[in-house]
Design a protein around this ligand. Structure first.
Ligand SMILES: *Cc1c(COP(=O)(O)O)cnc(C)c1O
Length: 356
């Protein structure tokens, strides 16, 4: 049976070549006679994989020598509390509230200190200067670079003032050139843009370790994971293996700049159609539109439902909007194919002709 077009917000589409390679490597990886699911995380076989994944991520993100790449458990959501637990410690932090996930992060942070929220919106991200400055004694500024549910995205890097810069990059990780060396902590659940679920990539500036709480359970201390090279306990080996393959695929396909052009081209096709007709409506402000998660609607819930159901019959899945906001959503992650985007745009046109 042939595969259908996958517009899911996560876990999302992966490059075909990577999935096929993984299929083969499940049985026998690198001619070791052992499949990737069955090899020890302490083996040379796996050590090569994790070291390569770290090196590729460091390169793609332009990291400096003070920054460490970690693979941690518990999803991006665990970072929502692990960050303030380690670094806030009764102090003050600034959170930009641009959607479901940043809201989830700031609610957890409130358990560990004072949280200032100078900006809150579901339809746009703040432009530079729109939300003022972070207070002098802020420990860090936290923001969500792409809002998976709302469909907005930062196209600039907010200024953290005197604080550290912390970003949840889960849903636009490696989708465009980002100077990772400008950040103190980056985290991204792998399942949106770089792999399957099961691991969260955390990029930590090692000089922050002296500020981290060392009186926490060991699994929750960044310092332990840095010292043990993400091997304090058994990491999610399969997820790390796929991340290594996806980052290799990125490099083989022109790197991040080429990926960005591709992502712009695909998003423009869908937004272009939305803007060309009164039938389709985008749900967010034009300057804040996400290239990864396009949220749109006909304006009528019943018609929206009819759309995603019919799309499914046409071989396109994952177009239903997030349950908290309704409407429709097309996720165009790095591995999304031009073929899928063209099929979606064609179907949107046909749907308008029959229902407009
Ligand atoms: C999906 C998502 C999360 C939650 O990730 P989990 O790995 O399920 O905890 C957090 N932040 C953003 C931006 C997301 O898209």
């Amino acid at each position: 049976m042939s595969r259908i077009h996958n517009f899911s917000a996560g876990p999302g589409v992966l490059p075909e070549g990577v999935v096929r390679q993984a299929q083969a490597d499940l049985w026998n990886h690198e001619a070791a006679g052992i499949g990737i699911l069955e090899c020890s995380h302490r083996s040379k076989q796996f050590d090569d994989v994790i070291e390569s994944a770290k090196a590729r991520l460091s390169h793609l993100l332009n990291l400096d020598d003070d920054q460490e790449v970690l693979f941690l458990h518990g999803g991006a959501r665990t970072q929502f509390f692990m960050i303030p637990m380690n670094l806030l410690r009764g102090g003050r932090a600034t959170y930009l509230d641009t959607g479901t996930w940043s809201d989830g992060a700031l609610v957890e942070a409130r358990r560990f200190g004072q949280v200032d929220v100078p900006f809150s919106s579901r339809t746009h991200v703040p432009q530079p200067g729109e939300w003022g400055e972070v207070p002098e004694n802020t420990r860090y500024l936290h923001y969500t670079s792409n809002n998976t549910v709302a469909g907005t995205e930062f196209h600039h890097r907010p200024d953290p003032g005197p604080g550290w810069l912390i970003c949840d990059m889960s849903s636009n990780f490696l989708s465009k050139p980002v100077d990772g060396s400008k950040f103190d902590l980056i985290y991204a659940g792998a399942q949106k843009n770089v792999g399957p679920s099961g691991t969260t990539v955390v990029v930590l500036r090692k000089s922050l370790l002296e500020h981290c709480d060392t009186d926490l359970p060991k699994m929750l201390q960044y310092g332990i994971h840095v010292n043990k090279g993400s091997m304090y306990n058994t990491p999610c080996t399969f997820s790390i293996y796929v991340i290594e393959k996806v980052t290799a695929w990125l490099e083989d396909n022109g790197g991040i700049a080429a990926m960005e052009s591709r992502n712009i081209e695909q998003a423009d096709k869908v937004y272009g159609l939305i803007d060309s007709t009164a039938f389709w409506q985008g749900k967010v402000d034009v300057e804040s539109r996400s290239r990864m998660n396009i949220t749109f609607t006909t304006g009528e819930p019943e018609l929206d439902t009819r759309f995603w159901k019919q799309a499914l019959e046409e071989g396109m899945s994952g177009l239903k909007g997030h349950r908290s906001v309704g409407g429709l959503r097309a996720s165009l992650y790095n591995a999304q194919t031009h073929e899928a985007v063209d099929a979606l745009v064609d179907f949107m046109k046909t749907f308008e002709q029959t229902h407009g």
